[in-house]
Design a protein around this ligand. Structure first.
Ligand code: ZN
Ligand code: ZN
Length: 181
């Protein structure tokens, strides 16, 4: 889906781009694919134009399943975020290698040939919304590093040992346990 800049009417142009997860995953860099399974991604908003300067104001909504980076359980993730940026025709882009940095700082982007590619935008903005370390909940207790059980569901004695600093204290704990069994 593309917006033809010269066709944006004075009152602005509403858009709603809706993509399925399969399409989204095909656009992603490979290292991001395994962590998420996006079911649906939507980009809705409005493009407004003053002469050739276009502002895009909208909202990205993602429905996904993710693997918790602590306990490795899969969970449903609903994400949404506001998007606002300004686009100028590419010929106004400053020349030189620092262009990219400046663009990020200002949320200023450039479009080519009278055309704004909303599909590129939905991928870029969608990626920003997906957390790098997804968590099933903020206080997920993760897996026990010793026996590997999910500490959200079960408990074991191993995690207590981690907080004891002296290796002798840990050893003492271990012996007590052995005598009991
Ligand atoms: Zn978790
Ligand atoms: Zn354990």
């Amino acid at each position: 889906m593309q917006i033809i800049v010269s066709h944006i009417p004075p009152e602005g142009l509403h858009f709603h781009l809706s993509k399925d997860g399969q399409w989204f995953h095909q656009q992603l860099p490979e290292d991001r694919i395994d962590q998420f399974s996006v079911r649906k991604i939507d980009f809705l908003g409005m493009a407004s134009r003053v002469a050739e300067n276009v502002s895009i104001k909208g909202r990205i909504e993602i429905e996904a399943t993710a693997l918790c980076s602590r306990c490795l359980e899969s969970f449903t993730l609903a994400l949404e975020g506001d998007v606002f940026y300004v686009m100028l025709p590419e010929r106004e882009a400053p020349a030189g290698e620092e262009t990219e940095l400046e663009q990020d700082d200002l949320d200023l982007f450039y479009y080519k040939d009278d055309c704004i590619d909303l599909e590129a935008a939905i991928v870029e903005q969608g990626l920003l919304l997906l957390p790098i370390k997804p968590l099933c909940s903020e206080d997920c207790r993760g897996l026990c590093p010793v026996c590997g059980i999910n500490l959200n569901k079960e408990s074991c004695d191993h995690h207590k040992v981690q907080h004891i600093e002296s290796p002798f204290a840990a050893l003492k704990n271990f012996k007590v346990k052995r005598k009991r069994s």
